[in-house]
Write a protein that binds this ligand. Structure first.
Ligand code: FAD
Ligand code: SF4
Length: 461
């Protein structure tokens, strides 16, 4: 074996997978995982851990894999992460732990994410569960939203002995993990649901179909229902649009709606009757993970798909793996291209999209080079469906119905980044509700940090 190279991972063949919603990556077998784990040189000062937002003891769990003690590997990861099977699949390891891995200097970094996934899958298949706390303290805390931020906060508080209730607006818990990220990257029944079930083993109660701010307010939860502290992890589910002509036409979707119909409402499955317009030629506007997910979903629903992104390939914010998979699946990339207008037919349906070519100018406030229109370079793309994946912001409902909370100009809740403390005592916030949009692991890190601060607050109360 060449120790400079990773043990390759098996994937579904692109020609087959564009016709199904099964998972693309097939994961390591135990033998493969042990072989890959053997590439870790157990650094004394492990830089991989510094790159992990929740500081998982990476050499510790990898060492347990080498010793073939997978249960121990699971217990080590579970100390730091409530959602290892999910993180092992969707975390951007290439810009975090794996980017820092010392093995990456001369060869390929250790496949930390794929090993985490293997360990979590093995634990699930072997019915290994986290251990419930021995003592409960009877203090009630409420978590609003069941995405990665809320679920992590719930785990941390339950492990400290609190009586935790999660309130979720949708009929399924999981946030973006169930309504946003598609099956072919993150299976719901076999991966997401069992990780959420593990939290219930810790005593966490989850109440779905409760829109806090409508069904009940945070003030009512605290003043009338006895919750002594609240964590807000309501994410950023409000889609943004470009404000160009034609955006109200039939056949224009936000990526959120498109993905929710497909993932949560199972529009791709003929056993469900949720309607979705599949489109024959679909343009997806944007270059992040959300855009790749929408594009790859449309491809599987049978469309010819184009990504339209105003910067160049180097600036694509999506994970490298997602871009690679999208290309393998035949998705065309119109880079340095920006939509100007959606062309509409006499019946109000999309018939095309007028675009303009862009070039990169000086860096803007994000540090990325600003795209500038190339004069006279307009051209029309023939499409019948347009999916906007250009970002989201938090829903204003919580802010507008809770006394004493502040929001910033982006509509995000103002909270201390390190502790989640908001302007109101006893209320903490984190994840996309505070940042607008981040990643699963950053949302988890925020949930974890807020739990520590919440615990300190309740102990001193
Ligand atoms: P969310 O996951 O959005 O969860 C918030 C929850 O709160 C939702 O369930 C919502 O229904 C609920 N809620 C909202 N308002 C209320 C209310 N008033 N009352 C009760 N409940 C409420 N990140 C990665 O790291 N890797 C990826 O590959 C990746 N891909 C992505 C793909 C898509 C399509 C999307 C949309 C995002 C992706 N992300 C990815 C980003 C990541 O999923 C988010 O950063 C993360 O889910 C944020 O977690 P959260 O807990 O803050 O919010
Ligand atoms: Fe192992 Fe890489 Fe972490 Fe070193 S940096 S401990 S080699 S995973």
């Amino acid at each position: 074996m060449d120790v400079l190279k990773r043990v390759p991972i098996k994937e579904q063949n692109p020609d087959e997978r564009i016709h199904n919603f099964d998972e693309v990556c097939l994961g390591y077998t135990k033998d493969e995982a042990v072989l890959e784990a053997g590439r870790c040189i157990q650094c004394k000062n492990p830089r991989c851990v510094q790159g992990c937002p929740v500081s998982i003891d990476i050499p510790g769990f990898i060492n347990a894999v080498v010793r073939e003690d997978i249960e121990e590997a699971y217990r080590i990861i579970n100390k730091y992460s409530a959602l290892p099977a999910i993180c092992g699949r969707v975390c951007p390891q290439e810009t975090q732990c794996e980017k820092n891995c010392i093995r990456g200097i001369k060869g390929e970094p250790v496949s930390i994410g794929k090993l985490e996934r293997f360990v979590a899958d093995w634990a699930r298949e072997n019915n290994i569960k986290p251990k419930a706390p021995e003592k409960k303290n009877g203090i009630k805390v409420a978590i609003i939203g069941s995405g990665p931020a809320g679920l992590t906060c719930a785990k941390e508080m339950a492990e400290r002995g609190y009586d935790v209730t999660v309130f979720e607006a949708l009929h399924e818990p999981g946030g973006v993990l169930v309504y946003g990220i598609p099956e072919f990257r993150l299976p719901k029944e076999t991966v997401v649901k069992p990780e959420i079930e593990n939290l219930k083993e810790l005593g966490v109660k989850i109440e779905t179909n409760v829109i806090v701010g409508k069904s009940v307010t945070i003030d009512e939860l605290m003043d009338e229902e006895g919750f002594k502290a609240v964590f807000i992890g309501t994410g950023a589910g409000l889609p943004k649009f470009m404000g160009i002509p034609g955006e109200n036409a039939n056949g224009v979707f936000s990526a959120n709606e498109y993905l929710t119909r497909s993932n949560l409402m199972k529009a791709f499955d003929s056993n469900y009757d949720t309607p979705i317009i599949t489109g024959k030629r679909v343009a997806v506007v944007g270059g992040g993970n959300v855009a790749m997910d929408a594009a790859r979903t449309a491809r599987r629903l049978g469309a010819e798909v184009m990504i339209v992104y105003r910067r160049s390939e180097a600036e694509l914010p999506a994970r490298v793996e997602e871009v690679h998979h999208a290309k393998e699946e035949g998705i065309q990339f119109y880079l340095l291209t920006n939509p100007k207008e959606i062309l509409v037919d006499d019946n109000g349906w999309v018939r095309g999209m007028r675009c303009v070519r862009m070039e990169l100018g000086e860096p803007d406030s994000s540090g990325r080079r600003r795209p500038v229109e190339v004069e006279g370079s307009d051209f029309d793309l023939e499409v019948d469906t347009v999916i906007m994946a250009i970002g989201t912001s938090p829903n204003p409902l919580i802010i507008s119905t809770t006394n004493g909370l502040q929001s910033n100009k982006h509509g995000c809740i103002v909270a201390d980044e390190a502790t989640g403390k908001t302007s109101r005592e006893g209320i903490f916030a984190g994840g996309d509700a505070v940042t607008g949009a981040a990643t699963v692991i950053l949302a988890m890190g925020a949930g974890k940090a807020a739990a520590a601060a919440m615990d300190e607050y309740l102990q001193n109360k």
